[in-house]
Design a protein around this ligand. Structure first.
Ligand SMILES: [Zn+2]
Length: 150
């Protein structure tokens, strides 16, 4: 279950390059309220944009379709300054465009759907009290399929 973009979508996308898939827009991965407040540019370089597209096409969009529920991004790409500002670990996969935090509204369902879907992923970290799920997929190299509940 990978690369589920239809031919129609691919044609439409040629005129709308910021839409990565049917449900995900590049801007969702770039926007950061903290970056805006601090006047920081959070534009991902080309390689990070490739990693974001990979994350969407091979993990988030297929998971969105499998789950039949909206997946709301709370944090996607982070520049070095933005990562520092939000207290991310220095080697965070958000720095490379390989990770996104998504709201879970306190439910385990998205994590269950991820496991049941058989989709490949690097890490899924469920932050129970903060009610979000960190999902990552490596752009290059082997993915660990590691599930952590905090
Ligand atoms: Zn994260």
């Amino acid at each position: 279950m990978e690369e589920i973009l239809t031919i129609e979508f691919k044609k439409w996308q040629e005129k709308h390059p910021d839409w990565i898939s049917e449900h995900f827009y590049m801007g969702e991965f770039i926007y950061s309220a903290k970056a805006v407040q601090a006047g920081l540019d959070n534009m991902p370089p080309a390689d990070a944009q490739m990693a974001i597209r990979n994350l969407v096409r091979k993990l988030l969009e297929p998971l969105r379709v499998y789950s039949r529920e909206p997946i709301v991004i709370s944090s996607g790409y982070r520049s070095e300054e933005v990562n520092r500002l939000v207290g991310g670990v220095p080697n965070s996969q958000h720095r490379k465009g390989e990770a996104a935090d998504v709201y879970t509204f306190g439910s385990f369902r998205l994590l269950e759907n991820l496991i049941n879907s058989g989709l490949n992923f690097d890490q899924a970290i469920l932050y129970r009290s903060r009610k979000f799920l960190h999902l990552s997929l490596k752009y290059k190299g082997a993915n660990r399929r590691q599930v952590i509940i905090r």
